[in-house]
Design a protein around this ligand. Structure first.
Ligand SMILES: [Zn+2]
Length: 513
């Protein structure tokens, strides 16, 4: 393919780079192509929605770049060798590698439910030991690292720009590190690249004896292996800036030179509850499965993309307990609101699909100009630091226009109306794809939502169907008083009726309390 033709279709992006602490023009190494690395999970327990926020944030950036015309190579690692995994495996009497593999598979299953696309490469520590050892040897050769008793440490004093990403000063660092004095280290702030084997831990042979990698070195080894010594974007949660990302920079530049490693840094905000970070260790984690079952996975995705990926979101939920302090019900109020928004979009798409299914193919020709603004507006917003809330607003306007045309449509040429609605549905889906939403079949989504609401509101479906049949009979007998009474009775049960050309549909009213 002609490369100039490729780059013509690429929209230039400006992004907030956490290293430069400024919004800058993004210039990839190769025009039109992006190499992107994101620090992935340490799988030792079920994923909670804080993990989902990070995964969705970077998946949205990847999708946005694709929407803007870039060819993206997306690498997200799995830290399958780490202290927390070993500790948990020992508690359970399970092999640490087997435990990590199990939770890594669960993580990918959960993230897929939230529309997170699989990475192009998903490197694991356990399959990159040779690359990690080679990198440590290089650092020792450069004088940036030193072995002691089977451990290897990075010597921070040999990397004068240490702290440039986090703004951390070396003396502050020493202050913080003083708590765990280790006489064998040249400085208390030096960090481990390799740890000598301890009983009950997975270990590999190395030039320093049996052992395993420290946490930070894997990302330096994996980026080099899969994206090269220099690459475009590096992402991760804000909580990884120090020490993890600071150490990644020190390791990679210590090995390959100052002008290497990530050229732009993106950090997403944290998900908090009452201002506190979500986490297993804090006991406030909400499992992904619990949320997906209660409100549907797509509601969480929509909720996330309604915020900018850098913002910290305080997650709102309400727990009802009985007299014995047992949890009776957990309500995810922000997600229920997101689910109502989704219902609006899917109902709109469903109405357009049904209208277009009748009356033959859509003809070629002009559409109403108001239907042409969504894609350029989305492109502009995403090219400006991936501003998804603005895209959400543009999607809303497009759906409102579609509903006006569906409801009225008077005074508009029938073919223009059909073409405009077809265009709106196509663009709603294309822009939705950049955010990872609206990919479901509208009828499937609406049916699943009804099933969830039936369960939540404890609707007696058999009673609803009996009343619906009675209403059909009453209307056939022209007993409209009885028909209206049945409608009122159903409303009492939380059920709304929708008379369509195909018959009567029903939905469950959301109790927006
Ligand atoms: Zn990392």
């Amino acid at each position: 393919m002609d490369s100039s033709a490729t780059t013509d279709r690429v929209t230039p992006v400006r992004l907030y780079d956490s290293f430069r602490r400024d919004k800058v023009a993004f210039e990839p190494l190769e025009p039109g192509k992006v190499g992107m690395y994101v620090c992935g999970p340490t799988p030792y327990a079920a994923a909670h929605i804080g993990h989902a926020y990070s995964a969705v944030g970077f998946d949205t950036i990847r999708r946005s770049l694709t929407f803007l015309g870039y060819q993206v190579r997306y690498v997200r690692n799995v830290t399958d060798v780490e202290d927390k995994i070993i500790k948990r495996a020992n508690e359970l009497g399970e092999d640490p590698m087997a435990l990590a593999a199990r939770y890594a598979a669960d993580y990918n299953r959960d993230m897929a439910r939230f529309g997170v696309l699989p990475p192009d490469v998903e490197p694991k520590v356990s399959t990159h030991i040779a690359e990690i050892i080679a990198l440590i040897e290089r650092l020792i050769g450069n004088g940036a690292a030193y072995p002691v008793d089977g451990d290897v440490y990075f010597e921070i004093a040999k990397f004068p720009s240490y702290g440039a990403l986090s703004g951390m000063k070396l003396d502050e660092l020493l202050e913080g590190a003083r708590v765990e004095v280790d006489e064998r280290k040249r400085s208390p702030a030096d960090f481990a690249l390799w740890k000598a084997a301890k009983p009950g831990e997975p270990a590999w042979d190395s030039p320093w004896g049996k052992g395993r990698p420290g946490w930070h070195i894997e990302c330096s080894a994996m980026t080099t292996a899969h994206l090269g010594e220099r690459f475009d974007l590096h992402g991760g949660g804000k909580d990884l800036i120090f020490p993890h990302h600071e150490n990644e920079i020190a390791q990679s530049q210590g090995a390959f030179g100052t002008d290497t490693f990530a050229r732009y840094w993106l950090h997403n905000g944290l998900l908090t509850s009452d201002g506190k970070k979500f986490g297993k260790s804090l006991g406030n984690a909400i499992d992904c499965t619990e949320v997906a079952n209660a409100v549907g996975a797509e509601a969480l995705r929509l909720f996330f993309v309604t915020h900018h990926f850098r913002s910290t979101i305080d997650f709102d939920f309400k727990v009802t307990r009985d007299a014995d302090d047992r949890v009776v019900e957990v309500r995810f109020l922000s997600l229920e609101a997101a689910d109502r928004k989704l219902e609006y979009f899917y109902t709109t798409l469903n109405r357009i699909d049904e209208l277009l299914a009748q009356g033959g193919p859509v003809s070629e020709g002009a559409v109403l100009p108001a239907a042409e603004v969504l894609v350029p507006a989305a492109r502009e917003a995403l090219a400006d630091d991936f501003n998804t809330p603005i895209v959400m607003a543009a999607l809303h306007e497009a759906a409102q226009l579609a509903n006006r045309l569906l409801d009225e449509g008077k005074g508009i040429d029938k073919q223009v109306r059909r073409r405009t609605l077809a265009r709106l549905a196509k663009d709603l889906r294309a822009v939705g794809d950049a955010l990872g939403v609206f990919a479901a079949d509208p009828k499937t989504y609406l049916a699943e939502r009804r099933t969830r609401l039936v369960a939540r509101r404890k609707v007696d479906v058999a009673a609803v169907e009996r009343l619906l049949a009675e209403r059909v009979a009453a209307r056939q007998a022209k007993d409209f008083t009885r028909g209206d009474a049945i409608r009122a009775e159903l409303a009492q049960l939380g059920v709304a009726l929708h008379d369509t050309p195909r018959g009567t549909d029903w939905s469950v009213q959301d109790d927006a309390s």
